[in-house]
Design a protein around this ligand. Structure first.
Ligand SMILES: Cc1ncc(COP(=O)(O)O)c(C=O)c1O
Length: 387
């Protein structure tokens, strides 16, 4: 067909050499995905079954990331979401319905608690909380309508390591599924499926992304029937992940092992050093005996990440805690963790049910890739101000 230039802008006949090979995964951006003929059109969400149907359900870039996360976690399939919290929301909305009950640990990531207390309750789902060290004792909290038990191990900020296999056993006996926020272990230091978990999620925003410049989540399942419930809900919610962010996450994955290794070593050195300081009452790092659930970490984990908390000694006032954080130079103040920059955030749990003992004296640290020696010097100077 003879084409005007306007048409050539859209339907070009330009040729490029074939056979290009590179080490990076291409970024496929798409809303429209083409079909071979009119009869082939479908909006089926499962791109493994139906082939590619619509960008919302994944492009080869999104599915490449999903496939690699799934491979690492040893699951059946992974769905990529537009943020870690999106992954949490997807699990809740896919696996719960009006009349159901969900159990969450007191140490759960706060937005998951808010989602349960607000959105889920509005939709007729009951939510209640259990002590993160409940273990097999969770059996007493199961109700006839409990359909989902959340675990987060270690818990957000207070770092309690949970007895996941014991919780799984009790939950399964009562007919409930178990979902785990496995972000801290980056999906590699805790083998969730080997420990009986049904669904895992990770905020890929953290260690997989690794550079504090993207937002992504993953939901990985052990079985096809759970995948179908999640896939259908994912389609209904219409929350697609950006292929550009997926590409950055794929790049992040290539250096995940070396980053985790260096961060682990540095965090252990720093945690051990902090444990000796007179200004500090307690270090909540799963690899230290002072952390609740340390024995479970030794039993179930194959490594430690670089996020942990410190509890400053009794008598230190809130203004002093804030001054300590403000006076750090290399540790920046900000949410999210798992990137290359060290971070510090002070929390006030004075009015938090189940965690009030830590009051305003708890500070969470994210250890980045700076020199360990410099980070120690920074902490020493800031602690020195506490007198
Ligand atoms: C344990 C945990 N889970 C989930 C999330 C949510 O991830 P995102 O920030 O990608 O929504 C976070 C973020 O801070 C987190 O710390």
């Amino acid at each position: 067909m003879q084409k005007h230039w306007q048409t050539k802008l859209i339907h070009s006949d330009a040729q490029v050499p074939q056979g290009f090979r590179s080490l990076s995964v291409p970024t496929f951006r798409a809303s429209t995905t083409l079909f071979n003929d009119a009869a082939a059109i479908t909006d089926a969400w499962d791109q493994y079954e139906a082939g590619y149907t619509y960008g919302l359900y994944g492009t080869p870039t999104t599915l490449e990331l999903a496939g690699r996360i799934c491979e690492l976690e040893g699951g059946y399939r992974t769905i990529i979401t537009a943020g870690g919290h999106g992954a949490i929301a997807l699990i809740n909305l896919a696996l719960l319905q009006s009349g159901d009950h969900v159990l969450l640990p007191e140490s759960v990531y706060a937005p998951n608690r808010r989602l349960a207390n607000d959105l889920l309750r509005r939709f007729g789902v009951e939510a209640s909380y259990y002590a993160p060290d409940a273990g097999a004792g969770i059996a007493r909290l199961m109700r006839p309508n409990t359909r989902l038990v959340w675990c987060e191990s270690p818990g957000s900020i207070t770092m309690e390591v949970q007895d996941v296999p014991a919780i799984v056993e009790a939950a399964h006996r009562a007919g409930a599924l178990v979902a785990l926020d496995n972000t801290w272990s980056a999906g590699v230091y805790f083998d969730a499926f080997a420990h009986g978990v049904d669904v895992t999620m990770q905020a890929l925003t953290k260690y997989v992304g690794g550079h504090s410049d993207l937002l992504l989540g993953s939901v990985t399942v052990k079985e096809r029937k759970t995948y179908e419930r999640l896939g259908v809900t994912h389609k209904l919610l219409g929350c697609a992940a950006s292929p550009d962010d997926c590409n950055l996450a794929l790049r992040g994955m290539k250096t995940l092992a070396v980053r985790l290794e260096k961060i682990q070593t540095s965090a252990l050195t720093i945690a051990g050093w902090l444990a000796e300081r007179p200004e500090i009452e307690r270090v909540l790092h799963p690899a230290l005996a002072s952390c609740p659930g340390h024995e479970l970490w030794k039993r179930d984990f194959t490594g430690a990440a670089g996020v942990f908390s410190i509890v400053l000694r009794q008598g230190i006032g809130k203004p002093q805690v804030l001054d300590f954080v403000n006076s750090l130079e290399l540790f920046k103040i900000g949410y999210s963790w798992g990137g290359v920059t060290s971070l510090a955030v002070a929390y006030d749990f004075s009015h938090h049910r189940g965690r009030a003992e830590y009051g305003h004296r708890i500070v969470r640290l994210n250890i980045g890739l700076e020199s360990t020696e410099d980070l120690l010097a920074d902490l020493a100077a800031a602690l020195g101000r506490l007198g």
